[in-house]
Design a protein around this ligand. Structure first.
Ligand SMILES: [Zn+2]
Ligand SMILES: [Zn+2]
Length: 957
């Protein structure tokens, strides 16, 4: 059977297509063992459990509704709150949680007043080590973290973006962390901190607590985070060093003295102290915020030797209290002989306490300072230093300094002062690039790439040839240099340096993950799902289909007719896609999970790639930069950042914006010395508060525009103001949402219950304010949009939390070769929301609706309580708005790999995966791929109900 275009099929087939035969159209010759049977079996919930990906009681098969029962009391309270809205409304109406929408949702706050943990410590019988967390390709320019581990105490140094994901992947329990130390305060070292604090707060049952330490700049960061993190989660922050204000930077304190060393933690098992480093400056210069860095010194106490009872007896001692006095270092009188017995007479040799240095020296100017710090001289053991009784031997030095600094002669000189210490180079370097640090997500990316490279062009693994080494990456040579004198190695993920037991002192490579490569992953896939090769072949045919049928696919004359019959529109090409070019638009779903970064799904971000016309980011959760690198490669990601036209943030929840500072900071660095405009960031009011406070620490080179200033009403006001000022532009606003009374009545009559309180509520955020102050920014936004080939960017209020928005992006019209005007495409992104009339209205005739679908259909109460949508609700919104394609995203992290969904209504819908890249020319094919994606995960349709995941739902998302 030859390929039949979807249009023709509609003509020939008298039957309404249903999704039970989604493959009918395009599989030329289904083989006996075709996907039909496979898919039928994979959708059955009674399937025997096979090959669970994780052996845990916490994982269950889908289709249970024990969720709300498990949550216990907290859940009930939430339900009560929503009862009022739900009462009396028909099943077709959408309730919502008014309290949450108004920002009074108590569940966002930690459950208890957090107390610092009290733990009984044992200095002798403990295991202790330092370990490298997260270094390699994915974290290219994010500082790795260092874990200092003791049985009953955990310390983490630095918390860059992606730390949570890394720890989940490697089963490192962050809930056990007691202290976090920052070696500098910037997005590079602390980008993961807000998300981490919120996750820890979500685990609040047993009185979580973490103390955060950093140089005085930390106060700026804490001040900024207060705008979206409950104060109670940050009570234990402690900065040290000279106080700074951003307006008048503090003067450099007096030259370094021994007293400059600040002891931060001192207990039975460890002493941690800090030495501040600032750029070396002559005379009365000033330190600016963000310039301070820290050398941390971790010292374990000396252990007394073992008490030898035989020796004690020989010296005439009876067993008793005197034994213990000796063990505590006291001399005692012998019972039988007339002598004094000293501890050294009966104790074995004592074991020196290991010492670890963590050094972050960001510039050469800091190195000069490093060389002159007197209080460090007691740790220098090189020949030129004067060795004394008090000289302490450093066992391990972990260098967080960048490669360019490490290779400088002064730094090398400093390194040599440590004699035989083991040096671990953990600063930036383009090594380990073939090793994805998040193996599980790389594995899924590789599988998706195998099945459908068109929608998943990034295979999760790279080869070195994609990279251009730059001169600054000279670590390899500097490593050689160092190793001539002392032990020096490059950091690897999970590399350990053991401190206790003393017998094992030294490097431990046994935890470094083994290498896997792409071909291994694919071999594994073949043996697990043998049909996958055929499936991939069939998927490939969809694209042949597109090319061959391009002539046949003619756009409908009138979109309105199609909206009446949603099943007709699914295969009728909207007129805006006529002769569309592949370099017009690509939608990249960078993060598709809610709440917190997880093993397989990062948090929200959509990259709108307009190719030569630049790009936009819609939301920018933690790790967005890392995801861009995984998608486009290191250099490609740099280009994407350089070419950003604007960033739009939907609302203030941490899963939507905590990656913003890192992206803006990188853009600032990349464009240094290049003429450019500050980047426009459009976001909710609270985001401005955060960014203003944050910029006292680190300039982000941006301009802020409130979402409320980009509503349709605000644009209208802006345009009419322009007209009345007669400033030369008399053209009418090109921006029109399809609002008319008829459609509003339509919505109210069908989707939403009449007179619902919701409607009066959700209009609030859009209520008129004086936006004239925003006009200069709107003007620059309009210019930027014009350059990007966009006609409109319109924010509209949605029902989620205060100041939550969705967005409409509309491309400008084009004229084809014969002079015909072709309308521009329209993309709508829902942000986080309950279904609401404003969203349906904004989505009218959308080419693509990207809609959140946090919960499965069975969890509608949960969706109402948290003001999110279910899969079905999201699809209903898209259907009633006549959207051509619907992409579902923002899935609860309880669905580790693939969410629960009912295929029956998904004939124009697809679910998103991280890094999914949808070229606008491929939109017709999009829904057809869905059953194949399901095949890929047929053995892994599990729901993660482990406590971590459930608890994390307490985090506002
Ligand atoms: Zn969210
Ligand atoms: Zn949210």
């Amino acid at each position: 059977m030859p390929y039949i275009s979807p249009n023709l099929r509609l003509l020939f087939s008298p039957l309404k297509p249903t999704l039970s035969s989604p493959l009918f159209i395009s599989i030329p010759n289904p083989k006996p063992s075709s996907l039909f049977t496979l898919l039928a079996s994979s959708s059955s919930s009674k399937r025997p459990r096979s090959v669970p990906y994780r052996d845990s009681l916490n994982l269950r098969r889908r289709n249970s509704s024990t969720f709300s029962e498990r949550k216990g009391r907290g859940r009930e309270v939430a339900m009560e709150e929503t009862a009022e809205e739900s009462r009396g409304s028909s099943s077709s109406s959408f309730g919502f949680n008014k309290r949450r929408a108004e920002g009074q949702d108590k569940s966002d706050r930690p459950k208890k007043n957090p107390q610092l943990k009290e733990r009984k410590l044992n200095p002798t019988n403990t295991i202790a080590y330092v370990q490298i967390l997260g270094t390699g390709m994915d974290t290219q320019d994010t500082s790795p973290s260092i874990l200092l581990f003791f049985d009953k105490q955990r310390f983490i140094f630095n918390a860059g973006e992606g730390l949570q994901r890394f720890c989940t992947e490697h089963k490192i329990k962050l809930s056990k962390i007691d202290h976090i130390f920052l070696s500098r305060v910037c997005s590079e070292t602390a980008g993961g901190l807000p998300g981490l604090l919120l996750t820890l707060a979500g685990m609040g049952e047993e009185g979580y607590s973490v103390k955060i330490w950093g140089p005085s700049d930390l106060d700026f960061l804490v001040g900024a985070m207060k705008s979206f993190i409950p104060h109670a989660t940050m009570v234990h922050t402690q900065s040290f060093g000279p106080a700074l204000t951003s307006d008048a930077a503090a003067t450099v304190p007096a030259p370094n003295k021994a007293s400059d060393r600040i002891v931060l933690v001192k207990d039975e098992v460890v002493k941690i102290s800090a030495v501040l480093l600032h750029p070396h400056c002559s005379g009365q210069s000033q330190i600016k915020p963000g310039e301070m860095s820290v050398v941390y010194i971790c010292e374990l106490p000396e252990l007394m030797g073992k008490f030898d009872p035989k020796k004690a007896a020989a010296l005439g001692l009876k067993a008793g209290p005197k034994y213990s006095e000796l063990q505590h270092g006291k001399s005692v009188k012998s019972d039988r002989l007339d002598i004094m017995v000293h501890p050294s007479d009966v104790m074995g040799p004592s074991v020196p306490g290991p010492i670890v240095f963590l050094v972050d020296c960001p510039t050469e100017s800091h190195v000069q300072e490093l060389l002159s710090i007197e209080c460090l001289s007691e740790y220098y053991t090189d020949v030129s230093s004067q060795l004394t009784e008090s000289t302490k031997v450093v066992n391990c030095v972990i260098h967080l300094s960048p490669a360019s600094v490490v290779s400088s002669p002064n730094y090398q000189k400093w390194i040599k002062k440590f004699g035989s210490a083991q040096h671990i180079m953990a600063g930036h370097e383009k090594k380990n690039l073939e090793v994805p640090i998040l193996k599980s997500s790389a594995r899924i990316a590789a599988r998706l790439n195998y099945l459908c490279p068109q929608f998943f062009p990034a295979p999760g693994f790279w080869s070195l040839q994609h990279l251009n080494y730059s001169a600054s990456d000279a670590l390899a040579s500097c490593e050689g240099l160092t190793s001539k004198i002392c032990e020096s190695i490059s950091a690897e993920n999970l590399l350990k340096f053991t401190l206790r037991p003393y017998a094992h002192l030294g490097l431990d490579r046994s935890h470094i993950p083994t290498l896997i490569d792409q071909s291994q992953v694919i071999d594994e896939l073949h043996s697990e799902i043998p049909e996958i090769a055929d499936a991939a072949e069939q998927v490939r045919h969809f694209w042949h289909g597109i090319k061959e049928s391009r002539e046949v696919l003619t756009p409908s004359k009138d979109d309105r007719v199609m909206i009446e019959e949603p099943w007709l529109t699914e295969n009728t090409l909207p007129s805006c896609l006529e002769n569309i070019r592949r370099d017009d638009l690509e939608i990249v779903l960078l993060g598709t999970g809610s709440s917190q970064p997880s093993k397989y799904r990062n948090v929200s971000s959509v990259h709108i790639n307009l190719y030569s016309k630049g790009s936009l980011l819609l939301d920018c959760g933690e790790g967005t930069l890392g995801q861009l690198k995984r998608r486009y490669g290191v250099d490609g990601a740099d280009n994407a950042i350089r070419n950003l036209k604007c960033v739009w943030i939907s609302h203030i929840h941490a899963d939507h914006h905590t990656g913003l500072a890192r992206v803006l900071a990188l853009r600032r660095d990349l464009l240094r010395g290049v003429p450019h405009e500050p980047l426009l960031v459009i976001g909710p009011r609270q985001l401005k508060r955060f960014l203003d406070a944050y910029q006292r620490l680190e300039d982000l080179d941006m301009q802020f525009l409130d979402c409320r200033s980009t509503t349709e009403a605000s644009w209208d006001a802006f345009e009419s103001n322009k007209e009345s000022n007669n400033d030369g532009s008399s053209q009418k606003s090109p921006i029109h949402l399809n609002v008319n009374n008829e459609s509003m009545q339509d919505i109210n009559g069908t989707l939403f219950s009449r007179g619902s309180q919701m409607q009066s509520y959700w209009r609030k955020p859009g209520s008129p304010v004086d936006h004239s102050a925003a006009y200069p920014f709107l003007k620059s936004l309009k210019k930027v949009l014009g350059e990007a080939g966009l006609e409109a960017l319109i924010s509209f209020p949605v029902v989620h939390c205060p100041q939550a928005f969705g967005i409409v992006l509309k491309a400008a019209e084009r004229v084809n070769s014969v002079g015909k005007v072709i309308p521009g495409w329209k993309i709508v992104y829902s942000g986080d929301t309950r279904p609401c009339p404003e969203l349906v209205d904004a989505s009218r005739g959308a080419t693509v609706l990207i809609h959140e679908a946090t919960f499965e259909d069975g969890l509608v109460e949960e969706a109402i309580a948290r003001n999110h949508s279910t899969t079905k609700e999201a699809i209903e919104v898209g259907n009633s708005a006549g959207a051509y394609r619907i992409i579902l995203t923002h899935f609860s992290q309880r669905y580790p790999k693939i969410p629960v969904f009912d295929e029956t209504h998904m004939h124009k819908t697809c679910i998103a995966f991280d890094m999914m890249s949808i070229n606008i020319a491929d939109l017709p094919v999009l829904p057809k791929v869905l059953p194949y994606l399901k095949l890929l995960f047929r053995n892994e349709m599990l729901v993660d109900e482990s406590d971590d995941v459930i608890d994390s739902l307490g985090v506002a998302s």
